[in-house]
Design a protein around this ligand. Structure first.
Ligand code: 3PG
Length: 394
């Protein structure tokens, strides 16, 4: 794929696909991370003499015009992050889009209305892709976090114009390649979350790629059950025990060591500050549930992290949203952060919950790379092709 360095931008109208699908409450942006992350690309385009025209989706309006899902609500936060005038186009194609582009002067930024207001967006309709492409000279995709969608503005359009990756896309792809593509070994992956069933493809792919796989969260309980361990009232998918055993077998054949909790924090109720105790992973009382990994598990993980050169992390180790069940996630995150700071580990993390957990632990800033992506990060870790990335390859 090409980058901004490979395309001439002077005097060009640059259609820049971004992901500014940011969380909002009462019409205000509550986390502007995704907006801040596209600033370098927008600035680079302007510095090279191009006029950036932002294409983006917001939420899931399903091909209808839903006023609450207008990108107009994101315009003030975008203007603030860029310290530039942002001209808004009432539609992402046709006369309203053309008028906004014409009204923008050099140094201004154009933001066009939600691409998903058109049904053709999610269908990757060639007619919509052509209408979008007609607005500009060059297509730049900076929306890695939407690259798992084969939509008109992420895939179709890339075949109609000279196409390149933006700076954020470039950084995401480089970081992910360093973590799983051509990593420095040994590689350790941490996978947490509630269910094995939603992460089957992920686990199946990772055991063939990494040297150590740490399984945490609710899904670890399913693996314990698969090994004949009683887990009391813990969240566990008992019908997935065979599948979990298959994954264990596949890991063994591939030379990947799986790490399950050796001790666990259990409680009788799932609420903040609930009375809890630490027991061996094989000794969960029948009336209790496992809500976190214990300190012996954290010590074991610390040793694995110390012996590794690359870490990729998706999913918390326990019920991190409720104290004290965030302890293992916090402690492991701090170890990874310290090793990264000391130059001993390349650490990459992604996924909404994961990033929230690492932020809460105060560890995110030390990580080598934190992806802005949720679903796309997961699909990439699953070894799937991302249409938005492959469209840049031709
Ligand atoms: C995201 O928030 O992960 C991306 O913006 C993609 O959104 P989607 O899941 O609605 O396609």
């Amino acid at each position: 794929w090409k980058t901004l360095d490979d395309v001439a931008l002077a005097g060009k109208t640059v259609l820049l696909r971004v992901d500014i699908n940011v969380p909002m409450e009462a019409g205000r942006v509550t986390d502007a991370t995704r907006i801040e992350k596209i600033v370098p690309t927008v600035e680079d385009i302007i510095a090279r003499g191009g006029k950036p025209v932002l294409l983006a989706h917001f939420d899931r309006p399903k091909g209808k015009i839903v006023p609450e899902m207008s990108l107009r609500h994101v315009q003030p936060a975008l203007a603030a992050a860029l310290s530039r005038k942002v001209v808004f186009g009432e539609d992402c194609i046709g006369a309203p889009a053309q008028a906004a582009i014409a009204a923008a002067e050099l140094g201004d930024v154009v933001l066009l209305e939600n691409t998903r207001f058109h049904a053709g967006e999610e269908k990757n309709d060639p007619a919509l892709a052509a209408d979008l492409a007609a607005l500009g000279d060059i297509y730049v995709n900076d929306a890695f976090s939407a690259a798992h969608r084969a939509h008109a503005s992420t895939a179709g359009i890339a075949h109609l114009l000279p196409a390149a990756a933006g700076r954020l896309m470039e950084a995401e792809l480089k970081a992910l390649d360093a973590a799983l593509g051509t990593p420095v070994r040994p590689v350790v992956a941490v996978v947490g979350g509630a269910k094995v069933s939603t992460k089957l493809d992920l686990l199946g792919n990772l055991v063939t790629k990494v040297d150590h796989l740490v399984i945490g969260g609710g899904m670890a309980n399913t693996f314990l059950v698969a090994q004949g361990v009683e887990v009391g009232k813990s969240l566990a998918e008992r019908d997935m025990a065979d599948t979990a055993r298959e994954i264990l077998g596949k890991a063994k054949a591939a030379g990947c060591t799986i790490h399950l909790p050796v001790d666990v924090v259990v409680a009788r109720e799932f609420k903040a500050g609930a009375a809890s105790e630490t027991v061996a992973a094989t000794a969960c009382p029948a009336d209790a549930m496992i809500l976190d990994a214990g300190p012996a598990t954290v010590a074991a993980l610390t040793a694995v992290f110390e012996a590794s050169k690359t870490l990729i992390w998706n999913g918390p180790l326990g019920a991190f949203e409720i104290t004290p069940f965030d302890a293992a996630t916090n402690a492991a995150a701090k170890v990874a952060a310290a090793l990264t700071r000391a130059g001993k580990l390349v650490s990459v993390a992604g996924g909404g919950d994961t990033v929230a957990a690492l932020n809460a632990a105060g560890a995110a800033a030390d990580f080598t790379f934190i992806s802005t992506a949720g679903g796309a990060f997961l699909e990439w870790m699953e070894g799937k092709e991302l249409p938005g990335v492959s469209a840049l390859m031709q």
